[in-house]
Design a protein around this ligand. Structure first.
Ligand code: SF4
Length: 704
C-alpha cells in the first residue's frame, strides 16, 4: 500500500444488515473497498451489492450537480445557485403554511437518510412548521413490525443480536428471502448449519426461493394466510405441551384469550386455509417446540400487508408461549430493509412518532420534546403517513411536498395516484443524488445531495448497532450533504435552534433527548463510535458499553413489565380475486438490485444476474393462457398495467405471479413499473401498504 493511501472504516449503505466496509483511498483519489475483517456483523464478507459500492461513488454521470428550479409548471428546470434555490423553497413553504396552515405541507424522507438528517427533518417539521406530516419510505417496509413490537413488548424494539444466529438451533424464516435480500446474514445461517448439522431451518413462502431451498421444512402457504399458519403452529405447541408455563405465568399477559382464539379452528381447518399438508405444520411446530434456541426471522412478506400487524402479533406469540425470548439464541428478529430504517425510527422520523420512541399521541411526550426544542407545542394532529400524504396531495388537502432521498414514482403503490398527486401539488421539492429517479421529472425545485462517503453521520442496523460513517470524498459539483440543505432551509425560514457547527452537534443533541428512555445513548460520541466502531443501544455511559441482548431479565417495556399476547382484531382488506382478475400478484426484490436501481443500476456487473424486469408464473397458469418462456405478457387490473417477458417456474404456487419492484420509466419503461398494479390498501394499524396481494390477470401481449 502506498504510504499516502488513507484507510477508512464505514458501513454499507444498502440493506439493514449493516456490514462493515474498509475503504482505501490512494493519493489520486481512487477507491478500493473490502469487507472489514474484524467487524462483528460481516467478519470480512460482503455481498455482490456491497462489493461494488465504490463504482457507485466513482461513476458520476447521472449525478445531480447543481440546484435546478422552474418558475412555473410551463417552464423547464433551470440551473440556479443555492441561495436562489433555498430562498424560493423556503418562501413557498412559508407562504403555504401562512395561507393554508401547517398541515398543508409535508416531507417524505427515506431509510437511507443518516440519523442526524432524520433528526433535523423531524425537528423542522414537527417542531417548527407545526405539522406531523413527515413520514418515511420505511413505512413501506417496517411499520407492521414496529406495531407488532409496540403492542407485544411495549416498544419498537428488536431484542436480539446477530450473535444469536450462531447460538440458535432452529430458525423459522417467514415472509423473507434473506438469501437474496440480506445475504450476509443468510451466509451466517448457512455456515452455522454447515458446521452444525442438527441446526434446523423452517421456511414459509408462496415461492420456493433460494432461502427455501435450504429448508428442512418448507411450507408453501397460500398468500395472505400467515396468521392462520401461526395460529396453527400455536395450537400444536399448546396441544403437545411445548409451552413454557412458568414464563407465561410470570411474564406474559393474555394467554387464555390467545389459547381460546387459536383453539377455535382445527389443524385440518388451518391446513385447508393455508393449503398445506397438516403433517408438515405439525412437524414444524414440533421442531420449534423441541428447540433450545429458536429464532423467528421475517420481513416484507409479513409486513407489507393489509393484515401486517396481525401477522406480526401472531408470529411474536410463538416466541412468547415457548419462552424463547430474552435468552441467547432465541427471540423475534425482524429483518430491516434499509440501512437506517431503525435510526430513523429512533429519532421519531415517522408521522406517528417522536424522538426516542416517544408517542406522538401522548401529551406529556409532546410537551417534553417541545420544551427540549424550545417551541410552544407539538401539534396533536396525527400526521399523514406515506400513502396518505400522496392521497392528501391528490385531494388538495396538502399543497406541497419535499421528497428526500427516495423515488415514490417507482416505489409507492398505485403509481397513477402518485403521478396525479405530484402533478396536482402546487410545489414539489426533490432532494436526491441521482437523475435516475422517475420522481425528479415532477420537481419544481431539485436539490442535489451528497451521497455515501461524501458526508458524515451515523446509522443503526437491524440489531440496534449504531455506527459512524466518515466523509471520505468530496461530493461532485455543488451537491451538499442532506443535513446542510435542511439546516440552510430552516435558517432561511427564520427558525432558531438550527445553528450547528457540524453533524456531531446534531447527534449529541439527539443523544441528550434519549436520556432516561429505553434507547438511552446519552454520553455516546463520534469519538467513542470511531474507537469502538459500533455500539448497540442502549449505551451505558458509565461502563461505556452497549447492550447485546434485551429482556434478559424478562421485564418488558409495558406498564406492568409483562409481554402481551394479542388476539387478532386487524380488519385490513386486500384485493378480492374476481373472474376478471383471478391471480394474486406478489412483488419483491432480486438478488443484485436495490430499491429503484438509482445506484445498483449503474453497476454493469450487477445486471448480469438478471438484466430486465420479468413476470414469474407457474407453467400451468402460463399454459392456460398460451404463454411460453420469454413471451411478452401484459399484467393488468383496474389500476394499470405492466408489460414484461414471462419466466415460467414451478417454484411459484399456481394462482400466484411475481414481479420484481425495481424498474421504473427511466431505467426501462413506464410499463415496467410494478406499482402500476399495486393497491392503496393499507394495514389499519401500521398503515403499511399491501404490496404482496393484488388481484391481476395476465394475457399475451397483442400488438396494437
Ligand atoms: Fe451491504 Fe446488506 Fe450486502 Fe451487507 S448484506 S454488503 S449491508 S447489501
Amino acid at each position: 500500500m502506498n504510504k499516502n493511501t488513507a484507510t477508512y472504516q464505514t458501513t454499507c449503505s444498502y440493506c439493514g444488515v449493516g456490514c462493515g466496509i474498509e475503504i482505501e483511498k490512494d493519493p489520486k483519489g481512487k477507491l478500493k473497498l473490502k469487507g472489514e475483517e474484524t467487524y462483528p456483523v460481516n467478519r470480512g464478507m460482503l455481498c455482490s451489492k456491497g462489493r461494488t459500492l465504490n463504482y457507485v461513488v466513482e461513476e458520476q454521470q447521472d449525478r445531480l450537480l447543481y440546484p435546478q428550479m422552474r418558475w412555473s409548471r410551463n417552464h423547464e428546470l433551470q440551473r440556479v445557485d443555492w441561495d436562489t434555490a433555498i430562498k424560493r423553497g423556503a418562501a413557498v413553504f412559508r407562504s403555504l403554511i401562512d395561507r393554508f396552515g401547517p398541515d398543508s405541507v409535508g416531507m417524505y424522507v427515506s431509510g437511507q437518510c443518516l440519523t442526524e438528517e432524520y433528526y433535523i427533518a423531524n425537528k423542522l417539521t414537527k417542531g417548527f412548521w407545526g405539522t406531523n406530516n413527515i413520514d418515511t419510505n420505511s413505512r413501506l417496509c417496517m411499520s407492521s413490525a414496529v406495531a407488532g413490537y409496540a403492542k407485544t413488548v411495549g416498544e419498537d424494539t428488536v431484542p436480539i443480536a446477530y450473535e444469536d444466529i450462531e447460538l440458535a438451533d432452529t430458525f423459522f424464516i417467514t415472509g423473507a428471502n434473506p438469501a437474496w435480500c440480506h445475504p450476509i446474514l443468510f451466509r451466517r445461517i448457512e455456515q452455522h448449519k454447515e458446521n452444525n448439522p442438527d441446526v434446523k431451518l423452517i421456511v414459509a413462502d408462496p415461492r420456493k426461493t433460494q432461502t427455501a431451498a435450504l429448508a428442512d421444512i418448507y411450507l408453501p402457504l397460500r398468500p395472505g394466510t400467515d396468521t392462520a399458519l401461526h395460529h396453527a403452529l400455536g395450537r400444536i405447541l399448546i396441544e403437545e405441551g411445548y409451552l413454557d408455563v412458568d414464563f407465561i405465568e410470570k411474564h406474559v399477559q393474555g394467554y387464555e384469550a390467545y389459547r381460546d382464539q387459536v383453539m377455535q379452528y382445527t389443524l385440518e381447518q388451518y391446513a385447508t386455509t393455508c393449503d398445506l399438508d397438516p403433517m408438515l405444520i405439525v412437524k414444524a411446530a414440533r421442531m420449534m417446540g423441541e428447540s433450545e434456541g429458536f429464532l423467528t426471522m421475517w420481513t416484507m412478506g409479513l409486513n407489507q400487508s393489509a393484515q401486517g400487524t396481525d401477522k406480526n402479533l401472531s408470529l411474536l406469540a410463538l416466541n412468547l408461549i415457548t419462552g424463547q425470548i430474552g435468552k441467547p439464541g432465541a427471540g423475534p428478529f425482524s429483518l430491516t430493509g434499509q440501512p437506517n430504517a431503525m435510526g430513523g425510527r429512533e429519532v421519531g422520523g415517522m408521522a406517528s412518532l417522536l424522538a426516542a420512541h416517544r408517542d406522538l399521541m401522548n401529551p406529556d411526550h409532546r410537551q417534553e420534546v417541545a420544551d427540549f426544542w424550545g417551541v410552544p407545542e407539538i401539534s396533536p394532529n396525527p400526521g399523514y403517513t406515506a400513502t396518505q400524504m400522496f392521497e392528501a396531495l391528490d385531494r388538495g388537502d396538502m399543497k406541497a411536498i419535499w421528497i428526500v432521498c427516495t423515488n415514490p414514482m417507482v416505489s409507492l403503490p398505485d403509481t397513477a395516484l402518485v403521478e396525479r398527486a405530484l402533478k396536482k401539488a402546487r410545489f414539489v421539492i426533490v432532494q436526491d443524488i441521482s437523475g435516475r429517479s422517475d420522481t425528479v421529472a415532477f420537481a419544481d425545485l431539485v436539490l442535489p445531495a451528497a451521497g455515501w462517503l461524501e458526508k458524515e453521520g451515523t446509522m443503526t442496523n437491524s440489531e440496534r448497532r449504531i455506527s459512524y460513517l466518515p466523509k471520505v470524498v468530496d461530493a461532485p459539483g455543488e451537491a451538499l450533504p442532506d443535513l446542510e440543505i435542511l439546516l440552510r432551509f430552516a435558517k432561511q425560514m427564520g427558525y432558531h435552534g438550527f445553528d450547528y457547527q457540524n453533524a456531531e452537534e446534531v447527534f449529541l443533541e439527539y443523544t441528550r433527548l434519549t436520556k432516561g428512555t429505553n434507547i438511552d445513548i446519552e454520553g455516546l460520541t463520534y469519538a467513542i463510535l470511531q474507537e469502538k466502531r459500533s455500539v448497540q443501544w442502549p449505551f451505558n455511559k458509565v461502563t461505556q458499553e452497549g447492550t447485546t441482548r434485551l429482556f434478559t431479565d424478562h421485564q418488558f417495556y409495558t406498564a406492568d413489565g409483562k409481554a402481551k399476547l394479542h388476539v387478532g382484531a386487524n380488519k385490513g382488506h386486500s384485493d378480492m380475486l374476481t373472474e376478471d382478475y383471478p391471480l394474486v400478484l406478489t412483488t419483491g426484490r432480486i438478488r443484485d438490485q436495490w430499491h429503484t436501481m438509482t445506484r445498483t443500476g449503474k453497476v454493469n456487473r450487477l445486471s448480469k444476474h438478471i438484466d430486465k424486469p420479468f413476470l414469474e408464473i407457474h407453467p400451468e397458469d402460463a399454459a392456460r393462457r398460451g404463454i411460453k418462456e420469454g413471451s411478452i405478457v401484459v399484467i393488468r387490473n383496474d389500476r394499470g398495467e405492466v408489460q414484461v417477458n414471462a419466466t415460467l417456474s414451478d417454484k411459484i404456487r399456481k394462482g400466484v405471479v411475481f414481479l420484481p419492484m425495481h424498474w421504473g420509466k427511466i431505467l426501462s419503461s413506464a410499463f415496467a413499473r410494478t406499482n402500476n398494479l399495486t393497491s392503496r390498501n393499507i394495514d389499519p394499524v401500521s398503515k403499511e401498504p399491501d404490496f404482496k396481494y393484488s388481484a391481476v390477470e395476465v394475457t399475451l401481449y397483442q400488438k396494437p
